[in-house]
Design a protein around this ligand. Structure first.
Ligand SMILES: C[S@@+](CC[C@H](N)C(=O)[O-])C[C@H]1O[C@@H](n2cnc3c(N)ncnc32)[C@H](O)[C@@H]1O
Length: 408
């Protein structure tokens, strides 16, 4: 591993693919002289990412980030793991590269979003399935919650969404959900609310940030809007086609052959993952309480029968509590990591933070007995998805991803 990381950092130190040379300096952190490498290592100008990634998720990273590490630090067949998988960017990118993948998140919604994109169906199967499912059924949930949901949807559209929801929940309960159902469910989940006509809802916030019904009523009043009817089937089919648009025969082969394991729970306690089984971790944890994953995802959770109010997503407001939590996560990563394994731990950037996030990562990792090898700072022009912690920044400028490289 030492040799592999040495050659990795040698390459990073002279990297100049996007015209700039890497700036290398050192900083003393907890008595350790840590090298910092700054450059544009991956960029939005690079090859456009695979269409399968295009489901929105709060604070997701660009696929180019995991690709950079998977490409250089693993071989085909190695296990790549993300303990805070979100929409599953690391898993999908690694699986497209023929790696075995493991993903964990405290929210079961993550698996619902990721799994179908690792087993994509053919569009004609999606068309056929949607034609079979009755959206007229009145058996879907038609209770008190309707009043709130009507802030987002026309009554006819809501009735179709409820019928679809009922179909998935009952198929799941009967153990009859198949890959095509999972795909349609994932696409529908991503079309629930949004800020363009391509969603089931009236105009609202972007799809990864569902607002409360009360807030939506205010938005409706301010904009003088009422929810209109939407063609649920057509919206699903259009998005499905777009997600599948770049899928090649080669991708299909890689994905069909990829070995996948999902666990649901806290990243500090992942008993389902074997000791020493992971070659590379590429991940990005929640930072303090900058993003509220519970409320942002309440409608997606509702659609999938998950009670988001019951999710044990931690609210770590203090830096101390965050470092302690990450120490526990690092102890668990140390257990699952192979002896030649590497952790690439991304902490984005919070402009108003008074602390250096990477210093907190280094402190927690050292306390857990991991070795710290260096910090990479990817500097790139500001874009929406690079706004990793959901902190509003309307000004033009540079955003950074800060990745701490660790090993056993
Ligand atoms: C920054 S997001 C990860 C985004 C991911 N990199 C992607 O590209 O989609 C952090 C994720 O951590 C999850 N999470 C929060 N607390 C957790 C915990 N204690 N253990 C595991 N996952 C947790 C959240 O549900 C959220 O999906």
């Amino acid at each position: 591993m030492r040799n592999q990381l040495e050659s990795f950092f040698s390459e990073v130190g002279v990297f100049s693919e996007f015209g700039e040379r890497t700036l290398v300096d050192h900083r003393e952190v907890r008595g350790l002289r840590v090298p910092f490498y700054t450059n544009e290592f991956w960029t939005s100008k690079q090859r456009v990412a695979h269409s399968l990634h295009e489901v929105s998720y709060r604070a997701c990273f660009k696929p180019q980030l995991p690709r950079f590490f998977v490409e250089r630090l693993t071989d085909a067949g190695d296990v790549v793991y993300d303990p805070f998988m979100g929409r599953g960017t690391t898993l999908l990118e690694a699986a497209l590269m023929g790696r075995r993948v493991v993903g964990n998140d405290i929210n079961p919604l993550s698996r619902i979003l990721c799994e179908p994109r690792l087993r994509p169906p053919r569009q004609e199967d999606v068309v056929a399935r949607l034609a079979e499912v009755s959206l007229d059924s009145c058996e879907g949930s038609r209770g008190a919650e309707d009043a709130d949901l009507l802030a987002f949807y026309h009554p006819d559209t809501l009735s179709e969404i409820c019928a679809l929801r009922y179909y998935f929940l009952s198929r799941e309960e009967a153990g009859e959900l198949d890959d095509v159902d999972r795909w349609v469910r994932m696409v529908a989940t991503n079309r629930l609310t949004g800020h363009s006509p391509g969603f089931f809802s009236v105009y609202t916030m972007p799809p990864n940030q569902a607002v409360t019904a009360a807030r939506q009523r205010i938005i409706n009043e301010k904009r003088g809007q009422v929810p209109g009817t939407k063609d649920v089937r057509a919206i699903i089919l259009k998005k499905s086609k777009q997600l599948l648009s770049k899928l090649t025969v080669f991708d299909e082969r890689e994905l069909a052959g990829s070995d996948v394991l999902f666990t649901v729970g806290g990243a500090e306690d992942t008993g389902g993952i074997a000791d020493g089984s992971v070659k590379l971790v590429v991940t990005s944890p929640p930072f303090l309480d900058v993003v509220d994953y519970r409320t942002d995802n309440w409608l997606r959770c509702w659609f999938n029968g998950i009670d988001s109010s019951e999710l044990p997503i931690s609210k770590l407001r203090s830096e101390q509590a965050w470092v302690e939590k990450m120490r526990l996560v690092f102890m668990e990563l140390k257990r699952v990591l192979a002896c030649d394994g590497v952790v690439a731990f991304e902490v984005g950037e919070v402009k108003r933070a008074k602390v250096m996030l990477e210093d907190m990562v280094i402190e927690a990792a050292l306390d857990a007995g991991l070795s710290v090898h260096g910090v990479m700072i990817n500097a790139q022009e500001f874009t929406k998805t690079a706004n990793c912690w959901g902190v509003d920044n309307k000004s033009k400028g540079t955003n950074t991803n800060r990745i701490v490289l660790l090993s056993k």
